[in-house]
Each structure stands twice: as structure tokens, then as C-alpha cells.
Write a protein that binds this ligand. Structure first.
Ligand code: SF4
Length: 236
């Protein structure tokens, strides 16, 4: 995922080598990182942001490549998130689930319900890779930041996965039909997308009924070295 203001998240999340693995017993979700107070992950809200491990895609510009491998153990026990929320009643508006791809984990549904039942709002950052799980959690979600990465014909060049455009647009349709407030974010990768591609995507989103679409400039911080080189070359 990418932050709404385009700031890479890598510096905010421990790298796998820096983590201390936590056990998985009775953990609803595998948590790779926790930011206890964020003002940028859900516009206008003070939140704690929980980063879930694992993503099925491998985007060119991923700022959190250490969060892609689903076999990497978590570094924050869910009980720690629970304790934080117990201490922050009245101080936090909600919790944002980010990643990685948070909808990859089956336990997201229980984690989201627990946060809502504790009296907090729930925000979700997703790239829409798992529409069926998204549909399961949407009834407990108050706001979605949805990455839509490219017009359909260029999508796989960003994600490396042929079905990714279909899944992302199906997820967007689900969110729009559910009436959950959504901000669609597009990180513009100049190594793949042209200005015509961006115009095509913008028109597609407007036609689907998207009212809040943010274009983000890609940054090299936290990306793989080969991508950082390709980005520098594309900008030179
Ligand atoms: S969807 Fe892409 S950018 Fe987001 S975590 Fe997965 S690989 Fe990284």
C-alpha cells in the first residue's frame, strides 16, 4: 500500500531482519508493524495504523517489499494492539488496517469486528486483491483508501499479476455499491504509465462514480534498488 500523501511507509515499519518474531497461537492476524499515532493514514482522523504481513502482488514501486512474503512472521502481537486501544479510548478516532495487503489474511474479519466493538472507527488500505474478503469486512469498515494502479491494459506491468486489474476494479465496485466513503489513490509510475494512461484511468474512475481520486508521485525511498535506478533513468 501507499500512504495517501505518497510518503513511503518503509521507514515506519521494521524490516524483517529487525523484527522479533511473535508466536501465531491465537493471533487473529499477523502484524508486521504498528504506528500508534498517525495523522495521515485516514484523512482528518487520528488513528493507530496496523500493518499486516503478506501481499500476493509485487508492484514495481512497492515501498514495503519486506511485507510481501506471507511466510515472514509478525513482529507485533495482536494483544499489544488490543492493549494500545484500551489505553487510547477518547484519544484515537480509529484504527487503519494497512499492509502488505490486509485482505489477504482470513483473520482480518475478526480483527476488524473486535476494533469496532471496542468503540473505534475502522479504516482500510487495500489494493483490492481479495474482493470476497473485502465484501466480508465492508459492513464494519468506515472508510477505504483503495489503490487503483493503472488502466486495465497496463495493470499487470505494475503488479506482475495478470488478474490484478479485474480484482481491483471488482473491489472498487463493491466499495462504491456499499456506499462506504472511499479515496482512490494512484501512484503514478513513470517507468510504466504515460500521461494518456493516467487520463484513461481518470476517465474510467469518473465513469464508475469515483469522486475522490488522488494522484501520488512515486518516490524511490524504500523501493528495490533496480526500481530506484529505473525511476532515476525515467526522470532523467
Ligand atoms: S499491492 Fe503492491 S505496493 Fe501494495 S504492498 Fe502489495 S506489492 Fe506493495
Amino acid at each position: 500500500m501507499s500512504a495517501p500523501d505518497g510518503v513511503p511507509l518503509a521507514a515506519r515499519v521494521p524490516t524483517p531482519s529487525a523484527r522479533h518474531a511473535v508466536g501465531h497461537a491465537a493471533e487473529p492476524v499477523v502484524v508486521a508493524g504498528l504506528v500508534p499515532l498517525s495523522t495521515c493514514d485516514w484523512p482528518g482522523r487520528l488513528v493507530a495504523t496496523v500493518f499486516l504481513q503478506g501481499c500476493p502482488w509485487s508492484c514495481t514501486y512497492c515501498h514495503n517489499p519486506g511485507l510481501i512474503d506471507p511466510r515472514t512472521p509478525g513482529s507485533v502481537a495482536w494483544a499489544h494492539v488490543r492493549d494500545l486501544l484500551a489505553r487510547r479510548h477518547g484519544l484515537l478516532d480509529g484504527v487503519v488496517f494497512s499492509g502488505g495487503e490486509p485482505t489477504r489474511q482470513a483473520g482480518l474479519v475478526d480483527a476488524v469486528r473486535e476494533v469496532r466493538e471496542a468503540g473505534f472507527g475502522v479504516g482500510l488500505h487495500t489494493a483490492g486483491a481479495y474482493p470476497r474478503r473485502l465484501a466480508q469486512v465492508l459492513p464494519w469498515v468506515d472508510w477505504v483508501g483503495l489503490d487503483v494502479k493503472a488502466p486495465p491494459g497496463r495493470y499487470a506491468e505494475i503488479t506482475g499479476v495478470p488478474a490484478s486489474a479485474r480484482l481491483a476494479l471488482r473491489s472498487l465496485r463493491l466499495v462504491l455499491d456499499a456506499g462506504v466513503p472511499v479515496q482512490v489513490r494512484t501512484t503514478v509510475d513513470p517507468t510504466v504509465l504515460t500521461s494518456d494512461d493516467v487520463a484513461e484511468l481518470t476517465a474510467l474512475l469518473e465513469g464508475m462514480g469515483v469522486r475522490d481520486h488522488v494522484l501520488q508521485e512515486v518516490r524511490s525511498t524504500g523501493t528495490r534498488p533496480a526500481y530506484a535506478e529505473a525511476l532515476a533513468a525515467a526522470r532523467s
